[in-house]
Ligand binder design. Structure first.
Ligand SMILES: Nc1ncnc2c1ncn2[C@@H]1O[C@H](COP(=O)(O)OP(=O)(O)OP(=O)(O)O)[C@@H](O)[C@H]1O
Ligand SMILES: [Mg+2]
Length: 506
């Protein structure tokens, strides 16, 4: 049984006007992807640059402190009395006057080796010259090692860089130790550091802004052909099926435009076919209607009741044919539509036997031997729309009965082969020459005068449309030949077997 399926909502499909999906523009999407990444890398760069700049500035400013430290070191000398003294003139000239930034300094004689006995070294220390406020080095080892120690310290509330060096001096009374220190304010260095850092940061921010702007402009520029295309499509007449110009759009969008063009071509082909069908159908209906009008007028003018009855009888016969034609036209329209209900498994053999039973009286009336070939309980479970396939089988059997002369034979058979279920209608009538068999499927195609006046030439077209809708096909071949030289016709329907066939098997 066909069941009606609840329509499933596609992902992203809005359920109502209130739930409109927010769509991010291409520009927005690119910026959302690029900006956080670029800002992250900018922050990392700034952090690294900050450290590099600080180390570089320190190295430069520390190097500058080495000059006064050298002068201070050289200014210490031994007096004739064996006492240590400093050359104040050299200090005044070369230390105090050598730099724009004031240098604070101190030289003191330590009481002992600060590495061996720091307590005595400080307790017995004696200032030789300089600033008593300069702080002592935090690590004596560094200060006593070759080279000198550098450290940051607050001197009277001002951040300063201090250089310190412990020097041993040989005196007549034995070795003495001198602590030499020089210090400079950090302000200039910090200013230089932060101004260089600020400049680089601004440069990076500028690059970032220019890139974002270029990205924005680039995407807007790249999308301009699409905007033009949209305007062109919007301005089109409803029946304009000219393909869209794919050459003007960006390469990435060209396949989409090609696909739309392909769709337009298919739509146009469908519209053309429907227009042609409508024209053919109208033409086919107009002829019998004209004949019926003439017959009715003729009957009306007839005074002899007997002849009038004959005219009305002919009129009724014509009416019946026209009714059949309209039913066939409707069937053809239906066969071309995708049905609401999906395909289902059904027994093609049972369907064939049902149609056979329905047509037995007609076969009897025409003196034709109609029978089923093979196992009468056999089954072939196929997948499709049973109603349409039943109509297709009926059309094939109707043709066989229509074109097979009195005394002829028609047989139906069914089976399975190569993943398909097949149903065959074989007659021993005149058949259709091999080269005209495809033509027989065309709408309104009538290949030979029919014994009983014939139909509209729609039967095979309808049958094929129903079968193809279910992914199958109909083929025509030679049927059973007879002594009168008839080759007969073999019309076979093939439909994909249903995967659930085993469940239905008896
Ligand atoms: N079994 C057959 N034997 C011989 N010719 C056939 C047979 N079936 C179809 N034909 C030929 O193919 C043509 C097309 O068949 P089709 O069933 O489409 O139309 P029709 O039978 O002429 O009209 P309709 O089926 O619309 O009443 C027929 O006119 C006939 O010439
Ligand atoms: Mg027919």
């Amino acid at each position: 049984m066909y069941g009606s399926r609840a329509r499933r909502r596609k992902p992203g499909e809005a359920s109502g006007p209130a739930m409109r999906r927010y769509r991010l523009s291409l520009k927005g999407m690119l910026l959302c992807l690029l900006l956080p990444g670029m800002l992250g890398s900018l922050a990392l760069d700034r952090y690294n640059d900050y450290h590099t700049l600080r180390d570089m500035a320190r190295a430069v400013y520390d190097g500058a402190l080495r000059v006064p430290m050298g002068v201070l070191g050289r200014s210490v000398h031994l007096e004739a009395n064996g006492q240590l003294d400093v050359d104040t003139a050299a200090i005044a000239y070369k230390v105090i006057g050598s730099s724009e930034t004031p240098v604070r300094y101190q030289i003191q004689r330590l009481g002992a080796d600060p590495l061996a006995d720091p307590t005595t070294a400080l307790a017995a220390a004696k200032a030789l010259i300089g600033d008593a406020e300069l702080p002592l080095p935090p690590d004596w080892r560094e200060a006593a090692a070759p080279g000198m120690a550098f450290f940051d310290a607050m001197v009277e509330g001002e951040p300063m860089r201090v250089a310190a060096q412990v020097r041993p001096v040989v005196t007549p009374r034995g070795p003495a130790f001198v602590l030499i220190q020089a210090a400079q304010s950090n302000a200039e260095r910090t200013n230089a550091e932060s101004s260089a850092w600020r400049q680089e940061t601004w440069r990076d921010v500028r690059v970032l802004l220019v890139m974002a702007l270029l990205l924005w402009l680039g995407v807007s520029w790249g999308l301009r052909p699409l905007v033009r295309l949209r305007a062109e499509v919007a301005a089109r007449a409803p029946d304009d099926a000219t393909p869209l110009d794919a050459s003007a759009v960006p390469g990435e969008v060209a396949p989409l435009v090609e696909a739309v063009n392909h769709h337009i071509r298919r739509q146009q082909a469908m519209v053309d076919e429907q227009t042609q069908f409508l024209a053919d159908a109208s033409h086919q209906l107009r002829t019998p209607l004209t004949v019926m009008l003439t017959q009715a007028e003729y009957a009306l003018r007839e005074s002899d009741p007997q002849r009038m009855r004959e005219s009305v009888r002919a009129l009724i016969a014509r009416l019946d044919k026209t009714r059949r034609l309209t039913t066939q036209l409707l069937s053809l329209a239906l066969a071309r539509h995708t049905p609401q209900a999906g395909p289902a498994a059904f027994d093609l053999a049972a369907c064939g036997r049902d149609v056979l039973i329905e047509y037995l009286p007609m076969a009897d009336q025409r003196g034709i031997d109609l029978g089923w070939e093979g196992d009468e309980d056999g089954a072939a479970w196929v997948r499709g729309h049973a109603d349409g396939i039943r109509e297709a089988v009926a059309n094939l059997l109707h043709n066989a009965l229509e074109y097979t002369p009195r005394g002829g034979q028609i047989s139906l058979a069914c089976g399975e082969a190569g993943g398909f279920g097949w149903l065959r209608v074989t007659d021993n009538g005149p058949g259709i020459p091999a080269e005209r068999r495809e033509e027989a499927f065309d709408r309104f195609a009538r290949l030979a005068p029919a014994p009983e006046g014939g139909g509209a030439g729609l039967g095979l077209a309808i049958a094929r449309a129903f079968v193809q809708r279910d992914n199958g096909d109909i083929t025509l071949g030679d049927g059973d030949s007879d002594a009168q030289g008839n080759v007969g016709l073999d019309a076979t329907i093939r439909l994909p077997l249903s995967r659930v066939a085993s469940q239905h098997a008896p």
